[in-house]
Design a protein around this ligand. Sequence first.
Ligand SMILES: [Fe+2]
Length: 332
Amino acid sequence: MCGTDIAGGGLSRRTFLRGGLAMGGLVAAASLPAVADEPSTFPGQHKRGRISLGLHHIEAGASKPFSVLHISDTHLTAAYPHEDEKKQALKKARTNGFGGRQEDALRNSLAFARKNVDYVLHTGDLIDWQSEANFDLVRKYYGEGGAAMFGALGNHEFSRYMWMEKTPPGQAAAYRKKSCELLSAAFPFDISLASSVVNGVNFVSMDDTAGTVTPEQVERFGAEVKKGLPIILCMHVPLYTPYIWRASCKFWAKDGARFRSADVPDATGDYRVQLRDKVTQAFIASLKAEPLLKGILVGHLHFDVQDRFSPTAMEYVVGGNYLFHGQELLIS
Ligand SMILES: [Fe+2]
């Protein structure tokens, strides 16, 4: 008989295709051949490199069109041999967890950016946890971003030992202060709030890694609004809409949790913190009414999703860069 045995159970390629077409071209995921579980390889390199790219257009009112490569969540997992045992254990476990190609993915992204865009924006979790080796990589890549590289911090930038260390009671503020000192020394921007104006568009990055913003940040954001320029807000944690929250719950659900209800799940984690924090809620309300806000660029979720945030702004969540992913924003 002709045809290849795909499923290993006697199903020929011809029968398989006929079955798929009979269902209108859709193939039930449950009946996919076992070959779908085999790891993929890169047999060659496309002329645009290995980056998998989404494209969006923001009409912000720029004086001249330009584009930005937005990447997030690279999760670099480096540690020098002299760093302590816990860092070595994290390096082993987390490099395995993220696939071990994170730096390669970042290099491919930056190589694409050098040739094809004007700026690079990284919205956090560039490193998976704090180490001397990871901080050296931060300095290295922010130093060679091709065009200018701008950014925001992620929650992982604040992690010293991830699950291996519990913050002692009463020490959270001291630990955060120490992290801020280390991060401020490694990242080339004001980690609380920074502004970078490109062709008349004000990119404002803010640290919202706790899920919230502070009164001081709100005051500083107000000063940015007073500049009168269109604003693109860049952060790590999304300002959740019910749509983005539902998508997040689906993505992060345990394996096998198929989509069976369009109800929006109860808010937990970052979303619940956002909803309960009065300063953050007031900030979100003022943002929704701010006509100068033209877009929000965030990461954290490790998958792509977009939703309308306000009458003038869409929110774009970009997936994990450790999977060679990014999005290009065409801004006019
Ligand atoms: Fe992340």
